[in-house]
Design a protein around this ligand. Structure first.
Ligand code: ADP
Ligand code: MG
Length: 258
């Protein structure tokens, strides 16, 4: 198992003592991904998808639950251990600004990534990655000189350079034009063929096309799971949220991954 989450629970506190009340954003979530597998986590906005992956990679604290990465329990890990393991994991976040340094041109940022991940000619690798995501020659740009969609593509270039064993993507197509959505997703997967992938999205159609398995989240619980290859004309979702997402997707059997 590449990434295994067991019983992940997250409460947020609202208000101050003595009026504090807490509410449950994630309730005992189990999620696992094996080598070479691509799993989609879908659910409506606010269902807890982003919180789940952030808790599951220890980027924010969880209330309870266990995490295993690359077959090892992360119980009691030091910061250094987390840092080391995160090199093998790439997270493509929904808001790319958070990971781009405002004063560092994107080419320099990618060169640094390339050298961190062992490319022998980091500058060339960075230039090539920019070209692959359609931003050739834009290496001197600062993040704020790029549009939201372009910033996302820089994030993708960084993922391509990192050759991750586990790739986690939050809303893979957010901020991308319809025309480049498909290309970007294909590029991401073409370069991460051996990686385990977890894609989080409210858009079932986009992720079902490239994932083997779908986990449906609603109000912080896993309400249904299925294999994309089982989605055919006779597929009967057992939860209304799944039905809704499938309806919105207008999913055809020929469009799912085999
Ligand atoms: P999704 O990614 O599925 O749209 P999120 O994980 O972002 O959902 O949010 C799930 C729920 O947790 C939402 O109700 C959201 O308002 C709440 N939430 C997220 N972050 C915080 C926070 N820092 N403090 C309080 N509530 C939060
Ligand atoms: Mg989200």
């Amino acid at each position: 198992m590449i990434w295994q989450l067991e019983g992940i629970t997250k409460h947020y506190d609202r208000g101050r003592f003595p009026f504090r009340e807490s509410w449950t954003v994630l309730d005992e979530i189990d999620l696992g991904v094996v080598a070479g597998e691509r799993v989609a986590v879908v659910g409506p906005s606010g269902s807890g998808k982003s919180t789940l992956i952030r808790c599951g990679l220890q980027l924010i604290p969880r209330t309870s639950g266990r995490i295993q990465l690359f077959g090892e329990s992360t119980e009691g890990w030091s910061r250094a251990q987390w840092r080391a393991i995160r090199r093998r994991v790439q997270l493509l976040v929904q808001n790319p600004r958070a990971m781009l340094h405002p004063e560092v041109p994107v080419g320099a940022l990618l060169t640094e990534s390339a050298s961190l991940h062992g490319h022998e000619q980091p500058q060339m690798a960075a230039e090539q990655a920019l070209q692959e995501v359609g931003l050739g020659g834009r290496g001197a740009s600062l993040p704020r000189q790029l549009s939201g969609g372009e910033q996302r593509r820089v994030g993708l270039a960084r993922v391509l350079l990192a050759k991750p064993e586990l790739l986690v993507v939050d809303e893979p197509t957010a901020g991308l034009d319809a025309a480049v959505k498909r290309d970007m997703l294909d590029l991401m997967l073409a370069r991460a063929t051996h990686a385990a992938v977890v894609m989080v999205s409210h858009d079932l159609k986009t992720v079902a096309r490239v994932c083997h398995r779908v986990v449906v989240l609603a109000e912080g619980r896993v309400v249904e799971q299925f294999r994309t290859r089982d989605v055919d004309a006779s597929f009967a979702p057992s939860h209304p949220v799944t039905a809704e997402l499938l309806g919105a997707a207008g999913l055809l059997p020929s469009e799912v991954v085999s």
